[in-house]
Ligand binder design. Structure first.
Ligand code: NCD
Length: 297
């Protein structure tokens, strides 16, 4: 099975992966061995997604091979198609990230091996949404009925596109808050409202009252035509302690990371901050993902 978009999943499949992740977390540190090899093909910068997939593969006793576009034959003019065809001949799973929307889908049409999308432009980041759900379930014991506020560049952040869909699938209530011009794609909002009968509201000011999870993301400046415009909105959308007045005691602040100023450092030292724990959950979740795609070839 390829994992290209959150649309590839039924609710039952997501639940199966989350419960497998729980078992994987308990098994971390046990010696395992497998003859399988994973390729991590990242054509865009990455810290967590790449390293947690590599760690997940290692924890499962698999090997991984890495790829650096800058040092590959792409630099000599080799095509994307030929690159994928060759790597497909070497490995059992391809995990990839690429700046172009649709690139993971294209790779999945070229490769025999399952392809897992680690982010394609501003489109999708399905395994981030899975680890987010895993984190929320660990923190709150459920997803249904929780109040979420998704804040930031909802137009370009693939993490938010994937997360909103999954939250709607699981019956959460979602408020979307973004700077003007950076709103979530209205087509996607319409799609999830219709598909899941979801409660989704849009507002242009952050409001933490009654919110269980405040989920922030960075302004995706690399996807802006004008970087100065990106910098100006970034400053306006930072979360500080002053924004948390009236918040529930057990408010959880999540973030896919990297955070680059949109959450005050001071918040890191409060019990609200759950983003480092969230990042750590990337390993068991991605162990479950690798295991799942191999079992469902
Ligand atoms: C995100 C991404 O690459 O989309 N990072 C991640 O995978 N955790 C978020 C971002 O870059 O803003």
């Amino acid at each position: 099975m390829d994992i290209i978009s959150v649309r590839d999943f039924s609710k039952e499949q997501v639940e199966e992966i989350l419960s497998s992740a729980e078992k994987m977390e308990k098994k971390i540190g046990e010696t395992q061995s497998s003859g399988k090899v994973v390729a991590t093909l990242f054509f865009e910068p990455s810290t967590r997604t790449k390293l947690s997939f590599q760690t997940a593969a290692s924890r499962l006793g698999m090997r991984y091979i890495d790829f650096f576009g800058e040092w590959s034959s792409l630099k000599k003019g080799e095509s994307f198609t030929d690159t994928i065809k060759n790597i497909d001949g070497y490995v059992d799973i391809i995990v990839m990230r690429h700046p172009k929307e649709g690139s993971a889908k294209l790779a999945s049409m070229i490769a025999e091996a399952p392809v897992v999308n680690g982010g394609d432009g501003g489109n999708q980041h399905p395994t981030q949404a899975l680890l987010d759900l895993y984190t929320i379930k660990k923190l709150k014991g459920k997803i249904k009925g929780l109040n979420f506020n998704l804040v930031g560049d909802l137009k370009h952040a693939r993490t938010m596109q994937s997360l909103m869909y999954m939250l709607a699938m699981f019956g959460a209530k979602v408020k979307l808050t973004s700077p003007r011009g950076l709103e979530m794609d209205p087509e996607l909002v319409r799609e999830v409202k219709e598909k899941f009968n979801a409660e989704i509201e849009e507002n242009d000011k952050m409001d933490v009252e009654g919110v269980d999870i405040l989920y922030a993301c960075r302004i995706q400046k690399e996807r802006f035509a004008d970087p100065y415009e990106a910098m100006s909105v970034q400053k306006k959308f930072a979360i500080g302690m002053e924004n948390l007045k009236g918040a529930k005691d057990d408010l959880a602040i999540m973030h896919p990371l990297p955070k680059v100023g949109e959450v005050d450092l001071e918040i890191d030292h409060t019990p609200y901050a759950k983003y480092f724990e969230q990042s750590k959950n990337g390993v068991p979740t991605r162990m479950a993902v690798l295991d799942y795609v191999l079992k469902h070839r």
